[in-house]
Design a protein around this ligand. Structure first.
Ligand code: UT7
Length: 333
């Protein structure tokens, strides 16, 4: 590609989505059998009715490969030139997840790296991928958010166990024009390390979370970032057809929508079926909603997330015409 043609197409455009959820689900009833909790408490306080949980035979790498494979299968023909995996729960601290994912997807040789930004990881990964495209470094990037958050809580802790699930979601980003459907708008990202102690885990089984404080920060940060991202895009909040918030708690997302004045029927959610899947949350929700028709080509779409760090972010896009499949629950790839 010549420099001129790169410059002409330096926006990052979503051209495919993919998703992967472990086949095994844990219902609220399953949890009430072993924890002092109730289905009513979990549903009314969080909106969650079940979560998908990976067994020992399904790693973060496996989930990432499945979501990435589905995005590539659904994509227009592209040559992927880079891979970014957002995860806070890699299978090991060294080496990174992404090179192994790239090789299993037949992409050996491309730049491939991990990025950790808690539940905002997918938006951070999208942003760095868009930066690679804007700089002319590559033309197409596979971006995957993959997490196994169900392994993080102390299994005896009723205040955190019900919240989390496992999964992976992916998008293919290609170079294109800023005015075409699927092009990412301006991105707002932020962090505040003073809040690092509010959600922290030194290892699986040792998650600490100050739920009330996290709740308050999540509502504030996602609302503010959403206002900033829509303003930067030149949108009014009333222009938003679909709000796609990180799925942490249906009460958090309801507060955010209310603050922004986005009506309930424009807010997308899948937390009832998945729980909080971390960096996978937004791409899983995009894939699900595109497949079931709640997200349609032409919808002006606002993405926003918040997570450990603390981290937060938001961006906009007009949803493109894709041919997405429901999340894969295949047992091999
Ligand atoms: O991606 C970002 C990561 N995390 C989040 O975004 C989570 C943010 N926070 C939250 O979603 C909510 O704060 C929680 C769902 C974690 C908790 O909901 P809450 O309405 O803030 O409840 P709470 O922590 O104030 O607890 C209320 C009561 C407490 O009992 P007392 O002290 O009033 O007697 C808890 O011990 O509910 C009790 N409780 C439970 N009861 C039954 C806490 N967990 C449970 C449970 N079952 N699972």
């Amino acid at each position: 590609m010549t420099a001129a043609s790169v410059a002409a197409g330096r926006a990052a455009v979503i051209c495919a989505v993919g998703a992967a959820l472990p086949p095994h689900t844990v219902s609220n009833a399953d949890l009430t059998a072993r924890l002092e909790t109730t289905d009513e408490w979990i549903r009314s306080r969080t909106g969650i009715t079940q979560r998908h949980v990976a067994g020992a035979d399904l790693s973060t790498t496996d989930l990432a490969v499945r979501a990435g494979a589905q995005a590539l299968a659904d994509s227009e023909p592209v040559t992927v030139e880079a891979l970014v995996v957002a995860t806070t729960t890699p299978d090991r601290c060294c080496p990174a997840t992404a090179p192994a994912v790239a090789t299993r997807l037949g992409l050996t040789g491309i730049p491939a790296y991990d990025l950790a930004a808690g539940c905002t990881g997918f938006l951070y990964a999208l942003t760095t991928a868009a930066g690679l495209i804007a700089a002319g470094t590559v033309r197409t990037v596979l971006v995957i958010g993959a997490d196994r958050l169900a392994a993080l809580p102390d299994p005896e802790d009723r205040t955190t166990v019900p919240l989390f699930g496992d999964g992976a979601g992916a998008v293919v980003l290609r170079h294109g024009r800023a005015d075409e459907a699927g092009a990412l708008g301006p991105v707002v990202l932020g962090s505040d390390g003073a809040g690092a102690g509010l959600i922290r885990a030194s290892r699986p089984g040792a998650l600490h979370m100050d739920g009330g404080e996290v709740f308050r920060h999540a509502v504030d940060r996602m609302s503010t970032a959403s206002r900033q991202a829509t303003a930067a895009a030149g949108w009014e909040l009333g222009d938003v057809d679909r709000l796609v918030p990180h799925q942490a708690n249906s009460r958090i997302t309801a507060f955010v929508a209310r603050r922004l004045g986005v009506p309930e029927d424009r807010q997308l959610s899948n937390i009832a079926e998945t729980g909080n899947t971390g960096a996978a949350s937004i791409p899983l929700l995009l894939a699900r909603s595109a497949a079931d028709g709640r997200l349609k080509p032409g919808h002006r779409t606002l993405l926003t997330a918040f997570g450990a760090g603390l981290t937060w972010g938001a961006t906009t896009l007009t949803w493109p015409g894709l041919s997405p499949q429901p999340p894969t629950q295949r047992s091999r790839t």
